[in-house]
Design a protein around this ligand. Structure first.
Ligand code: ATP
Ligand code: MG
Length: 238
């Protein structure tokens, strides 16, 4: 087996859970309810990838595809400071793109090919992967076209991950009301395509006293366990 590379999450417990961090060449999916910490982890990873290898990074840049308008430069600045990085440089090293609909989102991923290598991008974030698809293809009657398109999008991301040896991290909000499309409200949206499309799936949930819990679901590689983490001024922490 080839030597795998990882991007540290900057959180010991999460790195333990992931057995090193976010894996290069794969798609890691962060699943969870509103406020669980998905976007916070995305912000932190966009900073972590910039660190030198001995500090858990890849000395590289991130492409941040934001579909919900929840990217916050000031949060990057806070996290960068906590990691002893120049905050302005840290921001410059994040290529930010706002995706306005699912076609635009797919186009952004497609066009990324042109500059991934020249820009030294080793992490692509899509936060969130499916909200546009969910909004544009509502109900059971659109199930097939939605899944087909989502499948194409995920394949496209897989290709970039292996072709350019980079990590892909996507988020997926858990439905709080039953999704007609998936039946079980506690099942992450995206159905089978998502379950089989992403390499690793991390389930995040809120716990007592502002704590968060993460677990890996359905992983053939990882031990079944749960770890705790927190979100503070400094970012995501143990
Ligand atoms: P959604 O599904 O709505 O996108 P999410 O999983 O992306 O939710 P986040 O936006 O990552 O959720 O988490 C938001 C939470 O992170 C806030 O409710 C707060 O508890 C915590 N948080 C964010 N910024 C800070 C900060 N500067 N200091 C402490 N906690 C913070
Ligand atoms: Mg979010």
């Amino acid at each position: 087996r080839k030597n795998l590379e990882y991007i540290s999450t900057g959180v010991r417990s999460l790195d333990d859970l992931l057995e090193g961090g976010v894996e290069v060449g794969s798609i890691t999916e962060l699943i969870g309810e509103f406020g669980a910490g998905k976007t916070q982890i995305c912000h932190q990873l966009a900073v972590m990838v910039q660190l030198p290898k001995e500090k858990g990074g890849l000395n590289a840049r991130a492409l941040y595809i934001d579909t919900e308008g929840t990217f916050r430069p000031e949060r990057i600045i806070q996290i960068a400071r906590a990691k002893q990085l120049d905050p302005e440089k840290a921001l410059e090293n994040i290529i930010y793109a706002r995706a306005y609909n699912s076609d635009h989102q797919m186009l952004l991923v497609d066009e990324a090919k042109k500059y991934i290598e020249s820009q030294n991008i080793r992490l692509i974030i899509v936060d969130s992967l499916i909200n546009h698809f969910r909004a544009e293809y509502p109900g059971r009657e659109n199930l097939a076209s939605r899944q087909q398109k989502l499948n194409r999008h995920i394949s496209q991301l897989h290709r970039l991950a292996s072709l350019y040896n980079l990590a892909v991290v996507v988020t997926n909000q858990v439905m709080s009301s039953p999704d007609i499309f998936f039946g079980n409200p506690m099942k992450p949206a995206g159905g089978n395509i998502m379950a089989h499309g992403c390499t690793y799936r991390i389930w995040l949930r809120k716990a007592k006293e502002g704590k968060r819990i993460a677990r890996i679901i359905d992983s053939p590689k990882h031990a079944e366990k749960e770890v705790a983490f927190a979100i503070t001024e400094d970012g995501v922490t143990d």
